[in-house]
Design a protein around this ligand. Structure first.
Ligand SMILES: [Zn+2]
Length: 86
């Protein structure tokens, strides 16, 4: 009977440890999901410099609006070159 009580106690300790582990895994899975989705939506949109082909961010790039469309350039040199060829 003492052996049964010890086994029951051991089982309870193992079960408690197991459920703590499962809870931790579920918490980790729940925690990573919104972060993954947020990273995908925060991707920076890049535009191509029509002169040299470099990809630039519109916020940092030099822009030139011609014939209703806006073009983005990596440098003043590219912008001058673009307007000069037209
Ligand atoms: Zn350029």
């Amino acid at each position: 009977m003492l052996r049964f009580a010890l086994l029951a106690l051991l089982f309870m300790l193992v079960a408690r440890g197991f459920w703590r582990l499962v809870g931790g895994v579920l918490e980790a899975a729940r925690g990573t999901q919104p972060g993954h989705g947020g990273a995908a939506t925060q991707a920076v949109k890049l535009v191509r410099d029509p002169v040299c082909g470099t990809y630039v961010t519109p916020r940092a790039a030099l822009s030139l609006t011609a014939a209703g469309s806006t073009h983005y350039f990596c440098s003043e040199e590219c912008r001058t070159k673009f307007s000069g060829t037209r």
